[in-house]
Design a protein around this ligand. Structure first.
Ligand code: NAP
Length: 247
């Protein structure tokens, strides 16, 4: 299983109780302390890139893997493409666990954009923007030094990822409504910039935006480069598909 999401962690916890199946959960190693499943007789972890598609296919063969489960983040499209191609080379099924994107509801004020550059251009001068994007994605907002930017990252980087007026705050989901409301109020945020990751752990900022009537600039998902053989939207459905595809 390619992990790095809370859904992958939840699926790993379920698989740990399944007789007759051994699971290896793979992490890229981007965060200092990934949410690791409890390892034991049925769960192992590995950390770090494979070295591309061919190397992943070799890994699958060498470890006699029967199925690859891609439970990575919806914006991690490189690894998802590699998973589909490597599964085809290794001749094993591929399963994608893809959490549904968020959709705006009554009371929401969303502008939907394609990328960070478009999001940055939409911010009005003098805004105070909350960037819920991660450290790797905020550089595009350096063009907007007329905006005070509050960037949330998982691990504080050694050097700030932004220039000009800004603040870096750290936090790891899941987040709740009360703490998101407190954060937005504390920094007098006027606009939220988010990626449409979907899932429950990061939804609270959108509920907080609704409650405070704040506009959200939502970056749409990149198109999935290749479709896995089977795609499911929930951990329950992933369990059922794994049982079916490995029996
Ligand atoms: P990416 O751009 O799709 O992948 C870049 C490279 O990182 C891959 O080619 C692969 O290297 C390595 N890699 C990525 N995920 C891996 C995994 N689970 N196990 C082993 N190697 C992996 O990915 P990304 O956007 O940097 O995301 C990296 C990880 O962070 C993913 O596991 C994802 O679930 C998690 N994550 C990403 C985001 C996000 O916003 N993108 C948010 C939360 C969590 P090789 O080619 O060398 O194999």
């Amino acid at each position: 299983m390619l992990g790095g999401t809370s859904e992958a962690a939840a699926l790993a916890r379920r698989l740990a109780h399944l007789d007759g199946l051994e699971t290896i959960v793979s992490f890229a190693g981007r965060t200092e302390a990934p949410e690791l499943p409890e390892t034991g007789a049925r769960i192992e972890t590995r950390i770090g890139g494979f070295g591309g598609t061919a190397a992943m296919a070799s890994y699958l063969a060498e470890n006699a893997i029967d199925i690859i489960v891609d439970a990575t983040h919806p914006f991690a499209t490189g690894i998802s493409a590699n998973a589909v191609e490597a599964a085809a080379v290794a001749g094993i099924p591929s399963l994608r666990l893809d959490r549904p994107p968020w959709t705006p509801g009554p009371g929401d004020n969303w502008r939907i954009v394609d990328d960070e550059g478009e999001a940055a251009a939409l911010l009005p001068a003098g805004a105070r923007a909350f960037l819920a994007l991660g450290a790797q994605r905020v550089a595009a907002f350096d063009s907007r030094q007329d905006v005070f930017r509050v960037a949330r990252v998982v691990d504080r980087p050694p050097a700030s990822p932004l220039a000009g007026p800004h603040l870096v705050v750290t936090g790891r989901g899941p987040f709740d409504l009360a703490s998101e409301l407190a954060l937005l109020r504390e920094h007098a945020i006027t606009h939220i910039v988010a990626r449409n990751s979907g899932g429950e752990g990061a939804r609270a900022k959108l509920l907080a935006a609704r409650e405070l009537c704040l506009p959200v600039i939502m970056i749409r998902r990149p198109p999935a480069p290749h479709a896995a053989e089977t795609t499911v939207a929930s951990v329950d459905d992933a369990m059922r598909a794994i049982l079916r595809l490995t029996s």
